[in-house]
Design a protein around this ligand. Sequence first.
Ligand code: BGC
Length: 859
Amino acid sequence: MSTGNHPYAPLISQLSLEEKVRLLTGETAFTLPGNEAIGLAPLAFSDGPTGVRGLKFVGGEAVALFPNATLISGSWDDEVAEEVGHMLSEEAHRQGIHVVLGPTVNLHRSPLGGRLFEAYSEDPYLTGRTASAYVRGMQDNGTAACLKHLVANESETLRNFMDSRVSETALREVYLLPFEMAAHDAGAWSIMAAYNDINGVSATENGHINEEIVKGEWGWDGLLMSDWFATKRTVESANGGLDLVMPGPDGPWGERLVAAVRRGDVSEDTVDEHVTRLLRLADRTGGLRTGGLRVGGTDGTDGGANDGGPVASPFKTGMPAPDSAIRREQLRRIAARGMVLVKNDRGALPLDGAATGAVGGTVGGAVALVGRHAVATQDMGGGSAQVNPPYQSTVAEGLAERLGERLTVVDGVDVRNRPVPANPAFVADPVTGEPGLRVTYLAADGTELESAHEAGSALLIGFDDGRAEPPAAVVLSAVLANDAGPVRLGGIGAGRWTFAVDGDDVATARLAFSGSDPGEGVLRPPAYAEHRDLPAGASVTAKLEFEPVDWREMLGRNPAIKLAEESHLLSTGSFNLVGLVAEPAGRTDEEAIAAAEAAARAAGTAVVVVGLTEEDETEASDKRTLALPGRQDELVRRVAAAAERTVVVVNAATPVLMPWLADVDAVLIAGLPGQEGGHAIAAVLTGEAEPTGRLVTTYPAADGASPAWDVAPDAALRLHYTDGTAVGYRGWHAGNAPEPLFWLGHGLGYGSWEYGEVRLVGTNPAPTLEVEVTNTSSRPSRETVQVYFTPTEPSDPMRLAGYAGADVATGETATVTVTCDPRLFRRWDDAVGSWAPLGAGELTVARGLGDVRARVSLP
Ligand code: BGC
């Protein structure tokens, strides 16, 4: 494209080639360089998607922690997603952020995917609708959304090197659909290209997807940035539709791209096209003085081109604080809305009388609350989506507030498979006495470079801390809040560790990265801990001497990995996540289970909170099983045998196995509920809030019993998407896996529903149904009417084609109109390379495919 015929051409024409190229790689980990002469402000990006973390990867300022993605999609309600997008934009305004790196619109393909908690669903339409509403809510308030990760990035194992082999039909109909809906229809202003390859071509170089489909066929005019360190080659990425390399300041573009243009391998028009898209993004987010959208900025002047004045701040003031009353209300309400009641026999929930505080309800009054997740509720997953929340709430706190003396709380069994950074409340800076650590940075000769307080007990060194030279060693010091006795003590991070207690060296350890993925090395560094008997209030120092990692050598160990010299990944070796491990060594699992049994027997009603942790549901690695970690299944079984009534709360975003399902009365899927999580769960358990959620993913009955399972690529690094378009429930419906535990769309809520007449009232451009639903329960409740389409042609699987919800008072009937989306009534005909209509078939009205209420044939 030539620069002559668009509004940014006069600005671009003022820049030399070097200046243009400079704009196309980040300045720091999360910012872009500005350019005063053309009135371009340095743009600021922040992760996403479950909070706006700010410019620091670890240990940044306190920001609101939202319920994870599956709780947002779990509401099956555009209004909820739009409100979340708007709230995130407010968080962005508060921190001066132009672009939020979310939503994640990859799909829940195999339930083993470590990062599914960031993504909405196994279904592309539910994902696309949720993402579109989120994008609208965010961008209507002036903050850019970034759809990630384009595309076929459904698992983490070897994510930088693996090649997702997907048919063009599955790509178009399934994996690209959420991008199409949120980019083309909702108009997301940016997209992030994934780490992986798609059919042999890197996502950052994939001209077919980036240029032909996204920018070409969809006419999308936003900016395509790389995932962090994902750009592998200079010329191929610049010509393959990538507009921006992240992060900076170094990377495969810079001087190399200038030289490639001079050589004629990349045309200057291509560079101009990337700059145009960058300027458009800046314009849309208020980072360009001459912008159309933001003309006038906040100071009432129109700026005008190059008038020399500063770019007016586009950021609104007076945004709610992360711990304000309004945020608490919003975050609690949204979390509760997305929770899913999957079983509720004998009316076990809500806990009677609890909402009003009345003592002695029909469930016997007393409640034993059991489980590690009851006292350490997991509010978020791991990796780049993590934020530093102002507070976190536990189910124990939430229920104690509501049940008072009726409640007994018993900690559960161990749920971790790796040591974790110390709870900051357990460690204090020896210099200031504040919670957290003292961190001393040392040069190679041992001289002290700096000593600083760290509010958390883990930090990322060398990435976003503004240090020109990484230190050769760090010393983490803390005074522990321990009683005399056993403490688990250790460190997280690669290198040589020396641990000292009260001045005496007590242990050394050498920890090395394993695996062949630098991202995993950074996000999940090696960790070590051992039990030590310590005096009360022990003073601990842990010195870590870094050992440089030769990524070239490490990656070379896998012969299938071939990296170009300029690959951005090769420069990730200089930063390290480090942390201090320190926690009281508690009682044994057997003691914990025995205490739980006794409490359950005494109370009659038991609530057991089980779940996964941020080690299981995390970026950079996948799960190996859906079984709950540790002895949690045994804990549930033994408590259920002891109690009269047992309620299980699953504190995880993605499917877990429930071998005890028949032994318990009720199961609530609570997701990863964010900072208000403990209160939201308690509000649902006591009936103060309605769990209106419906499952966003089908729950397999056993490991391996799903249409797609393996997440590890083969020796040639290929992962074959053999399930084609029959992803998730579509594949189960086609008989590709044994009967699931629970279907997508399943969810009981506290209402009960009778379906009346179902009328097909339109077919153009897609079917519209009117469905009568009556709330036959004694509470006001909400129903979500789901419509699935099964095309006549057996090769085209059943698919969710429309849904709509309604709040209905007790005994009332509502007519719910479901307008199906025409995109689900087309098929990609690969032989001719175009879409063909899919008209005939059957519509199924269902509360998840395990509870079908009506069928309508489509001639
Ligand atoms: C993740 C992205 C994230 C980026 C920046 C990458 O590791 O894949 O989703 O936005 O880091 O933190």
